[in-house]
Design a protein around this ligand. Sequence first.
Ligand SMILES: *Cc1c(COP(=O)(O)O)cnc(C)c1O
Length: 396
Amino acid sequence: MSNKIIPYGKQDITESDIQVVVETLKSDYLTQGPRIKEFEDNFAKYVGAKYAVAVANGTAALHLCTLALGVQPGDKVITTPITFAASANCVKYCGGEVIFGDIDSDTYLLDIASVRRLLEESPKGTYKGIIPVDFAGRAVNLEDFKKLAQEYNLWIIEDACHAPGGFFIDANGKRQLCGNGEYADLAIFSFHPVKHIASGEGGMVTTNDESLYKKLLQLRTHGIVKDNNLYQNSSAFAGESNEYPLWYMEMQTLGYNYRITDFQAALGNNQLKRADIGLEKRRTIASVYQKAFADKTFLRGQSGVVEGHAYHLYIIEVPNRKELYDYLRSHKIFAQIHYIPCHLMPYYRNFGWKEGDREKSEQYYKQCISLPMYPTLTDQEQAYVIELILKFYATR
Ligand SMILES: *Cc1c(COP(=O)(O)O)cnc(C)c1O
């Protein structure tokens, strides 16, 4: 093999991507122009949701969600320890309290039974919401979560950063796309370069709820309203006559600047056109790994090929994980670990979390490793990764 590094994930930027960005740079708008709405409309269509709001990044998307849902200091929210820290942090931004459930060892997703246990242990009303994560690209069964949420009067934010195009099959045998707003109040996506669709930095919130949609739009831009019908100051205050002048606007709530730029939206929108091709390639790569490792006894578990899986990551669980990681790295294959359990991060330990609190997540962490998985990974590169892994375990 050449000296090229094979990472665990990587963006794919084509000539046409470059062209749309350059075109936008030459246009009248660098930000707040027409490319943003175009990207939002196409993305909403892609995931089957009514509304989409493009934002600066996935973390800003999460923060807007907790703001729009009105998370207050002390509010308790449940999420999974096996996720990127931002899934939990968005609760802390609003002063809320994060309670971690545990994962299902087979799916690596937030275990609904662990969530139910938490809910049953406390008086009703203790918890306000759940943030399930379509971890690695595998869709959470939100139909089940929605039933539980209704029972306890909870909202749901679906962290779908890993799963644009992913789906689960509902009780009627129907495909439910991640972020389609059918069960979750809000869903979020990220367009960081390692994710399926890259825009540099970028994120999206999707929803079917019109009132949440309007709140998101307002919070994204400083809490500013520009609509004659919604003003709170009288028109007499606003202008000398009894009409609101054209310059008029009101800042009605404390919002942020979480906007995306037009050239990022142009890039994201162009990438979205190839999203299905990329997804297809990811599923092919997964099936090649699956076949290569099918009868290998060193495997403790693997995500396998699951219908609707969007394969942001391809994870296997193995013994001698650190040695394998170092061995691959010495051959310029940069595998990665997803994730160090969030509850054991020093920040969350401040709130009393400690080893042993979430056993399945901690056990999973000890042996998981994410193998290279991205649409431009060549057959030859993948064969090389597989060959090295088989060689590594042949002598152990
Ligand atoms: C990437 C990611 C985020 C945050 O997205 P950014 O765009 O990097 O802010 C949140 N949750 C999960 C699960 C992610 O993978």
